[in-house]
Ligand binder design. Structure first.
Ligand SMILES: Nc1ccn([C@@H]2O[C@H](COP(=O)(O)OP(=O)(O)OP(=O)(O)O)[C@@H](O)[C@H]2O)c(=O)n1
Ligand SMILES: O=C(CO)[C@H](O)[C@H](O)COP(=O)(O)O
Length: 404
């Protein structure tokens, strides 16, 4: 039987590792503190990422949040998506004690910032609760500051963008709670004990609850403190806790299809395809000439036709060396070096060396070194080879010197 509210003693949620958050700047559009005058101080926002599951449905030994997609752990993409949003001050990730060290290594290897770790619990709700405790002011030794609004987002939903995050935070500031929803793909039916159909739900009247969700911190923290062991053990919906224990009716916001949760093995393949597609949209052509009539310039035009909707920038070779970080911030993981002075490969080799030595996540950067004369003979053929490399990102070909 389900025990009543207030029956469960509060657990200790310690912040087990923390780095002081960098004071992130807020955009003008960020919601002001709830109930405050327009134009007043923007709400302080933090995020909690439950990442303590074992991924049973995925059917592999590695918990899915640590499974590699293009040589990089899935959770690192989710962290990158949240980090890019400068107004999220702190990101608390809940991981199991046994994966704490692995998580610290990921943070270091991929240069993640503003991350603190909390210990995961035995269920998703318990992990989230521990993450919230790390942010709450009433906890001893806590280095984090209590936010006004908290985003809750599964570590295994890597394609969350700033638009939906801002929408849920704005709505949570106004309504106390908000969450992303999607139309149901299949009809939901209820079977009876004999395995036969009892009844089916009207699909048009129901929605799938997705993530991200956002809450006034005091609302969701209160809900977790009040909720029963039964809720913590079997509950799957944070919005429901806010409704049940704080009478807060969440605002529901239509999200994009890519908010789905990586759950089964095939979802990893889908995630890989989506990441490949996203990162093939940014290409940088690097030349050792400033000549606008050069083959590099012509190549850009042909490539634009070859890869639809792609954003192609160009930069002189000497400007690339110390700027790898800037390229990656701009989501550019594909470099094409056009060597006009064919005898001078030194600068190109230096650039390749900088890429290789970089500890940054490279996701198989495509570096094709092309001989200008040969490329001029068959620009279209060269562009289609480059296009295929950029889209496919085969690890076997990454960084290879391709002499056409
Ligand atoms: N004790 C748990 C269980 C789940 N999660 C996290 O909650 C998110 C969504 O849960 P789910 O997809 O169910 O993940 P798993 O529990 O790992 O998967 P499965 O149910 O297949 O075992 C994931 O980021 C997962 O790591 C968590 O932090 N702590
Ligand atoms: O989308 C949800 C939140 O409303 C799911 O309930 C949440 O992701 C939990 O996942 P799972 O059911 O796999 O534990």
């Amino acid at each position: 039987m389900e025990p009543g509210p207030l029956s469960r003693p509060a657990e200790q949620g310690r912040c087990v590792s923390g780095s002081p958050s960098a004071g992130a700047a807020c955009p003008a559009s960020l919601p002001s503190t709830a109930g405050a005058e327009p134009g007043s101080r923007p709400a302080a926002v933090a995020a909690v990422l439950p990442a303590g599951g074992c991924g049973e449905r995925m059917g592999v030994r590695t918990p899915k949040q640590f499974c590699r997609v293009l040589e990089r752990p899935l959770i690192s993409y989710t962290l990158q998506a949240l980090e890019r949003v400068c107004w999220i001050k702190d990101i608390v990730v809940a991981v199991t004690r046994e994966n704490m060290e692995a998580m610290r290594n990921i943070i270091q290897r991929y240069g993640h910032k503003r991350i603190s770790l909390a210990e995961a619990g035995a269920t998703r709700h318990r992990s989230i609760f521990n993450g919230l405790k790390a942010l709450a002011e009433d906890q001893p030794d806590c280095k984090l500051t209590k936010p006004e609004v908290v985003i809750i987002h599964d570590a295994v939903r890597p394609f969350v963008d700033e638009d939906i995050l801002l929408r849920v935070v704005t709505a949570a500031n106004e309504h106390g709670a908000a969450g992303a929803i999607r139309p149901l793909v299949s009809t939901v039916i209820s079977p009876s004990a004999d395995g036969c159909l009892d009844h089916s739900l009207d699909r048009a009247k129901h929605r799938a609850s997705e993530m991200p969700q956002a809450f006034l911190f005091d609302v969701i923290y209160e809900a977790y403190q009040q909720c029963s062991d039964y809720d913590l053990e079997f509950g799957t919906e944070c919005l429901q806790l806010a409704l049940k224990y704080c009478h807060t009716k969440a605002k529901l916001l239509e999200g994009s299809p890519d908010l789905w949760k990586v759950t089964y093995k095939q979802d990893l393949y889908a995630a890989e395809s989506m990441i490949k597609e996203k990162i093939s949209q940014e290409i940088c052509v690097i030349e050792n000439t400033k000549d606008e009539e050069s083959v590099g310039y012509l190549l850009k035009e042909v490539l634009r036709n070859e890869l639809n909707f792609v954003n192609i920038t160009s930069t002189p070779l000497e400007h690339t060396g110390g700027n790898i970080q800037n390229f990656l911030i701009a989501q550019c993981y594909s470099f094409i070096c056009v060597n006009v002075v064919s005898s001078n490969f030194q600068e190109t080799q230096k650039f390749l060396g900088t890429l290789e030595e970089s500890s940054l996540p490279l996701l198989y950067p495509v570096v094709v070194v092309l001989d200008e004369q040969k490329l001029q003979e068959s620009l279209r053929q060269g562009a289609s080879i480059i296009g295929a490399l950029v889209k496919e990102r085969s690890s076997a070909l990454a960084g290879q010197l391709l002499v056409a």
